[in-house]
Design a binder for this molecule. Structure first.
Ligand code: ARG
Length: 490
């Protein structure tokens, strides 16, 4: 903490209640209020400063983790002989009373107590008396907040992981219904080759599965116990961080006390996981929005997931998908904010790090709600198979099939590509599809074409031919579904 010592020339302590020209000193209480850290302070905190520095208005979200961490710490202290078994038992009992008050809505949160940690500790001492003051033995708020937030982030990303998994299940279910529904597959947003809707939906299932796996990996580095690092250098008490970790179902303990109190990689990583989830959801939203446009007409939005217009009675807007696409920006913002906050921080704990909570809390609200809503919307989304099939007629999606057919007749691919281009140009000139070109015209382009070409040009045949692993063929889609089902069970 440091700061000016006794007789410091910079010390200017106005007597309490003295009016000050600085607006920061407005609302200074007549008596310097007693802070838990206030032993060396003679002047009360300025009201605006108190409001500016407090975190309890948002970090009270961590109350359950703070209490669980304190209970584990107290039990460890008793096991190590730092507290008596009776003292630890009274502290644990008191912490459970605090928990009941918070969950029962009777707990009074006090901003002048700064943060969740001091609010809970102060109430504990009110409830159990002086023994409560022993809880903080061998601990600093620096390792305490790191523990609480690691537990909190871990708890939340485990929820995200479950929601990502649920979304994979919905995508797989809908894909299973549509292994034979065909639509234009696009590159550059231009018709490319026919694919099955099942295959298209499974592309998103694999993305979300990677997200779930990324979260599991992130959790292994997040749910690690920093308690025992104390302020920064470790402590002289014979603490056992491994026992705290064990009680809190954590993967392990810190290896370096300075790293333990200064590391916020787990926040960065979890925000990145959230940002990637939102990127995936936003892409799906974009497709739903395009598909809902009557020019495509590939999907019917469920009423429960759409809104109307206040002026245009015919409108049914994909607002849910638009808001989700829009909210992606704020999650990217949270990641950028946190990267910027930690950049340039010297060892070890710096108060800047208090700025880690709000971006994560906001990201958590957005990611959890978005995953759940997307699953609900997809479950009910109507697919218009007729419109998808009709769209296969535009854009010469079977041109590759004709080129491959010519290769099968012994023509080198480059030449086959060129000849197919000529066929496309001819069909385009006549405003017809490739399969509508009469055989004589096709043979005029290449005499090796026979009437077996028409079966090849059928989009269902084009899809069915792509049965290599990971392809759009129905057997390949079934194999993907089986693999995902195995993963969903595991
Ligand atoms: N509210 C603080 C935070 O979120 C808690 C830790 C404060 N530690 C300290 N030494 N001031 O980071």
């Amino acid at each position: 903490d440091g700061g000016p010592g006794e007789g410091d020339p910079f010390q200017r302590v106005p007597s309490p209640g003295t009016s000050s020209p600085s607006s920061l000193n407005k609302g200074l209480p007549a008596m310097a209020e007693k802070k838990m850290w206030g032993g060396r302070f003679r002047q009360a905190t300025a009201a605006l400063v108190e409001e500016y520095t407090q975190s309890v208005s948002f970090d009270r979200a961590l109350y359950a983790q703070d209490i669980a961490g304190s209970k584990a710490h107290a039990r460890m202290l008793a096991r190590q002989g730092v507290l008596t078994a009776d003292e630890a038992a009274r502290i644990v009992e008191g912490l459970d009373m605090v928990l009941a008050e918070i969950e029962g809505g009777t707990f009074v949160w006090r901003r002048e107590l700064e943060d969740v940690h001091m609010n809970i500790e102060s109430r504990l001492t009110e409830l159990v008396g002086d023994v409560g003051k022993k809880l903080h033995t061998g601990r600093s708020r620096n390792d305490q907040v790191a523990l609480d937030f690691r537990l909190f982030v871990s708890d939340r990303i485990r929820v995200w992981r479950g929601l990502a998994r649920d979304l994979v299940a919905v995508l797989a279910e809908r894909a299973g219904e549509h292994a034979h529904t065909l639509l234009p597959g696009c590159t550059h947003m231009q018709p490319a080759q026919p694919v099955s809707l099942g295959h298209h939906l499974l592309a998103y299932a694999w993305m979300l599965r990677r997200d779930a796996e990324r979260l599991a990996d992130c959790d292994r580095r997040t749910r690690v116990c920093p308690l025992g690092a104390a302020a920064l250098a470790g402590t002289t008490y014979p603490l056992d961080p491994a026992y705290v970790a064990e009680q809190l179902d954590m993967y392990g303990t810190f290896r370096n006390s300075m790293d333990a109190v200064s590391d916020r990689d787990f926040v960065l990583e979890s925000l990145f996981c959230g940002a990637t989830i939102m990127a995936h959801l936003s892409r799906l939203c974009e497709e739903i929005i395009i598909w809902a446009n009557p020019a495509f007409g590939f999907v019917r939005l469920p009423d429960a997931y759409a809104t109307g217009s206040s002026i245009m009675p015919q409108k049914k807007n994909p607002d849910v998908a638009e808001i989700m696409r829009g909210k992606t920006g704020r999650v990217y913002g949270a990641l950028t904010a946190m990267l910027t906050t930690v950049k340039g921080l010297p060892m070890t704990y710096n108060r800047d790090m208090q700025e880690d909570k709000e971006p994560f809390l906001d990201c958590d609200r957005t990611v959890s709600a978005s995953l759940e809503i997307m699953a609900g919307m997809l479950r009910e989304l109507g697919f218009n198979e007729g419109r998808m099939r009709a769209a296969l007629r535009a854009g010469f999606l079977n041109a590759t099939e004709l080129a491959d057919y010519l290769v099968g007749k012994g023509i080198p691919f480059r030449e086959a590509h060129h000849l197919t281009g000529a066929a496309v140009a001819l069909a385009e000139e006549r405003s017809i599809t490739l399969e509508e070109l009469p055989l004589a015209d096709l043979q005029g382009i290449c005499d090796r074409i026979g009437d077996d070409v028409y079966a090849v040009l059928d989009p269902a045949a084009a899809v069915a031919r792509r049965e290599m692993p990971g392809g759009t063929g129905p057997t390949s889609v079934a194999a993907q579904l089986a693999e995902l089902a195995g993963w969903l069970e595991g």
